[in-house]
Design a protein around this ligand. Sequence first.
Ligand code: SF4
Ligand code: SF4
Length: 423
Amino acid sequence: MNAAAHAPERFLDEAKSLACIHCGLCLSACPTYLETGNENDSPRGRLYLMRALQAGRLPLGQTVVRHVDLCLGCRACEAACPSGVHYGELLEVTREHVERHHRRSLLQTVLRRVAIEQVFPFPRRLKLALTSARWLRAMRAERWLPRFARETLSLVPEDAQATRLPKVSPAVPGTRRGSVGFLEGCVMSAMFGRTNRATVALLNRVGYDVMTPPTQGCCGALYAHSGNLAQARACARRHIAAFDNLGLDAIITNAAGCGSTMKEYQSLLEHDPAWAERARRFSAKVKDLTEWLGAAGHSSSSNSAPSPSDSRVTYHDACHLAHAQRITQPPRDLIRSVAGDRFVELPESDVCCGSAGTYNLTEPAMAERLQRRKIEHILKTGATVVVTANPGCLLQLHAGLRKAGANQVRVVHLADYLAQTWL
Ligand code: SF4
Ligand code: SF4
């Protein structure tokens, strides 16, 4: 029978999917390929599967979905690719196609559509879930739970602190350079309130009024990564409306995953004539905190003094900062401005730690393998402080170090690390 008779509706952009020249240069950058050695778990193999699905040469069955699900969406392949393949975008539309046409098990459906999509983007629900998790841990109920629930519990930090920031936080008097918007973030505001406050204080310290519009919500990253693009677009529109017309110099985030999604609102909404131009303007203003502070003058040595307390410090690159946004040097420069020679590079610093948004909940086995790999590298550096710039990485690394009994090593967000000496 003609394969075209089975061809599904078009979901892949043909030109973008054909950009892959099969050179294989992305293979050694791909964490799942490094772990399994299976070509179908590599970027090149997955692109082949996507094209075969689109052409109707492969049915949308469990085997293909498994290889797509196992992808972290870390985009290390994109950074390594000489042909400029837009892997992240192709993955998102493939995932949307999978979610629309593939029937998942009841457990997977509840986990993805209810536990993740109905809890994480809502800080109040997330806080309630955190309280329940702490209660379960106190009751030592982990052993009765399925694996994904045990892994979830292992991620819950003991010192999670929620916060809501004021609408306006003025620059330190006498320093004013302009005004920026700040994305509170779902997980950041529910678990890392202290880090959000430190972030705003740093921005005030370097001369910016910080606007935190209360109408902002989830940036949509969680939906975009899980194949719910309609909801991701709804989040994008709400966010643009919340920050538009505030006369901001930039829109700052301290969460790498949120930053990469907001920088891509322009492609998410490019086919919506009412929003395309607003999305383009919004995306152009989005800056990661490290990028903004690292810009001229913001990380001058006058802000910094060596921290006396810590010994070696290392840095883990969050995938959506290093690969999706290509920001690797500013965070290192900022850390060095405090740590000097005590900064040590982490081997495989840009290989995913297994967090990858909610991947550690949907794919706990692979997430744990990558977590172990990362922790082994961290321990070899002899560092007692690991700095990173994304909430998922903070949780994953903290849980991994605790599992390894490495209680002497702290994981801190870059904003908290800088706040020790800048403020
Ligand atoms: S996004 Fe990451 S896990 Fe997925 S194919 Fe690319 S490198 Fe591999
Ligand atoms: S590096 Fe790019 S062009 Fe080469 S195989 Fe990987 S995705 Fe294809």
